[in-house]
Design a protein. Structure first.
Length: 279
């Protein structure tokens, strides 16, 4: 398998480039509407499937440092004339923080979505999503309905359930349905200790916006000082009635915050029906 990405470029040579990095078990296709919105507003947008996710290649191990270097090299090969902007959600947010740490002069600004550079011990609990995946042999199930019922008996969070089900694919063999993982989910679950771990950073001067949900477990108020210490040139925006998937819970409010990407320009944002309106 190769490294898979989508590219939206209304005018690649004259547009500012944005790299959007999805989270654990995510994939680039989850960001297509936002990528199209940004392209409509004049940006050149790159939306990859990270290694071990979606249509990209699989590996045996997980490392923030290695993936951060890989993404940096990917952008270098694209020969982008100006410093790109990085957007990352969850695990993807940790990755772009590490990219800015390793290559402090290379990026114009960051948008980190509902994640901090800290260790998340709750992700390692025995009844957590990763452990449920490790304890499940999906080949023992014959329909998507069966496997969904199985996961529902262990996982209550609709966001996690949706992610898991989007990572399961069906094939037919001898009139029998075979379920398999689209992503390298077992490896990602096995390496949850590394995924959940702290990302070691120095102080980073790159301007950074943190968008957080007010009810998210990942960006609790008592932990925000860590972000401010690492990113002294940062701004934190809290969106009410949101959990970890801010861009899903409140898409229009999320899009409005993206004026941070180009503060001199009037942004246009769209509703879920695709109509555009200015604010």
């Amino acid at each position: 398998m190769d490294f898979f990405y989508r590219e939206f470029c209304p005018n690649r040579d004259e547009s500012k480039t944005i790299l959007i990095v999805h989270g654990w078990l995510g994939m680039g296709e989850h960001w297509l509407k936002i990528a199209e919105f940004l392209a409509d507003n004049g940006f050149h947008v790159l939306v990859p499937d990270l290694p071990n996710h979606g249509r990209s290649f699989h590996t045996e191990e997980f490392s923030y440092d290695e993936i951060a270097v890989f993404l940096h090299d990917f952008l270098e090969k694209k020969k982008i004339s100006e410093k790109p902007i990085l957007i990352g959600h969850s695990m993807g947010g940790k990755l772009i923080m590490k990219m800015a740490d390793l290559f402090p002069e290379n990026y114009e600004r960051l948008v980190v979505i509902d994640i901090l550079p800290i260790r998340y011990t709750f992700l390692l609990e025995s009844d957590g999503v990763a452990q449920v995946i490790l304890n499940t042999d999906i080949e023992n199930f014959s329909t998507r309905g069966e496997i969904l019922s199985h996961f529902k008996s262990y996982i209550n969070d609709k966001g996690w359930l949706a992610l898991i089900m989007q990572n399961i694919q069906c094939a037919s063999l001898d009139n029998k349905t075979i379920l398999s993982w689209k992503s390298n989910a077992p490896m990602l679950a096995k390496n949850m200790d590394k995924v959940a771990d702290e990302v070691k950073l120095g102080k980073i001067s790159t301007p950074c916006l943190l968008i957080r949900g007010d009810s998210s477990e990942f960006t609790k108020g008592e932990d925000l000082h860590v972000f401010k210490e690492k990113f002294p040139c940062s701004k934190i925006v809290t969106i009410d009635s949101c959990g970890h998937w801010v861009m899903v819970d409140k898409p229009l409010l999320f899009l409005k915050q993206l004026s941070f990407l180009s503060p001199k320009n009037l942004f246009i944002y769209f509703n879920l029906n695709g109509k555009k309106s200015q604010y």
